[in-house]
Write a protein that binds this ligand. Structure first.
Ligand code: ZN
Ligand code: ZN
Length: 237
């Protein structure tokens, strides 16, 4: 499983850091966690087929995690029509809104496979298993655990703060934990990362003010490999 950070910024773009989007590649199959960027442009840059996208997992509906989804849904509605991913939305009302927007452009919309995210097992196509747990960031927000090829990755998604909603159950035995870094000092992760003790931690979605706290977290937990995500960064598990 390879993760490619296409957007590692927080709620707004930073220089050379776009909004949230991570591409997950398993063999020839592609998945996304959040889509705050125009992901088809990134696929095209890399020579990857849009038809290879099998699943899109949105953590919550804030624009920095979803603004690329309308672009994606629009293009697969009328051009890349062989592309048929399952699209997991924390609020399924988003489907009507995206369909209405696309209808304004006079393209015929086709039925895309939107699904409501719920707690528990949400996806298993024989290659990737995804499990979701609610967080308290919005009225419908989720953390995801992705499992493939014997490895497990936790995406915290946006949280209220770790002592309120860090997804301990999903963190258990994870090889990699991807923590958000926009809403509280990253040092608040310390007891939870100590307990989960993953091989690697990547702080993603971080605001500039949090960088000193991320460094402090890294110093406080020298046995964990803690780094910050940057756009284009690839991680192989
Ligand atoms: Zn966010
Ligand atoms: Zn958010």
């Amino acid at each position: 499983m390879t993760l490619t950070f296409l957007g590692a910024s927080h709620g707004i773009p930073e220089p050379h850091r776009r909004c949230s989007c991570t591409m997950v590649t398993i063999g020839e199959r592609i998945y996304f966690v959040d889509m705050g960027v125009m992901a088809i442009c990134d696929l095209t840059d890399r020579g990857l087929p849009v038809e290879a996208v099998k699943g899109i997992f949105i953590t919550h509906m804030h624009g920095d995690h979803t603004n690329g989804l309308i672009h994606f849904a629009d293009l697969i509605s009328w051009y890349y029509t062989a592309s048929d991913p399952e699209i997991f939305l924390p609020l399924l009302e988003g489907k009507e809104i995206i369909d209405s927007w696309i209808a304004l452009s006079c393209h015929a919309t086709r039925d895309l496979r939107y699904k409501q995210v719920a707690e528990g097992s949400v996806f298993d196509d024989g290659f990737l298993k995804v499990t979701a747990v609610r967080t308290q960031h919005t009225k419908s927000s989720f953390s995801y655990r992705l499992e493939a090829e014997g490895k497990a990755v936790l995406f915290t998604g946006d949280l209220r703060r770790p002592d309120a909603d860090f997804p301990k159950g999903l963190a258990k035995d994870a090889d990699l934990i991807i923590c958000e870094g926009a809403h509280f000092p990253a040092t608040e992760y310390k007891p939870f990362l100590e307990e989960a003790s993953p091989e690697r931690v990547i702080v993603n979605h971080y605001a500039p003010w949090n960088i000193p706290h991320i460094m402090e977290l890294s110093k406080a937990l020298p046995d964990l490999h803690i780094t910050m995500a940057t756009d284009g960064m690839e991680v192989n598990l």
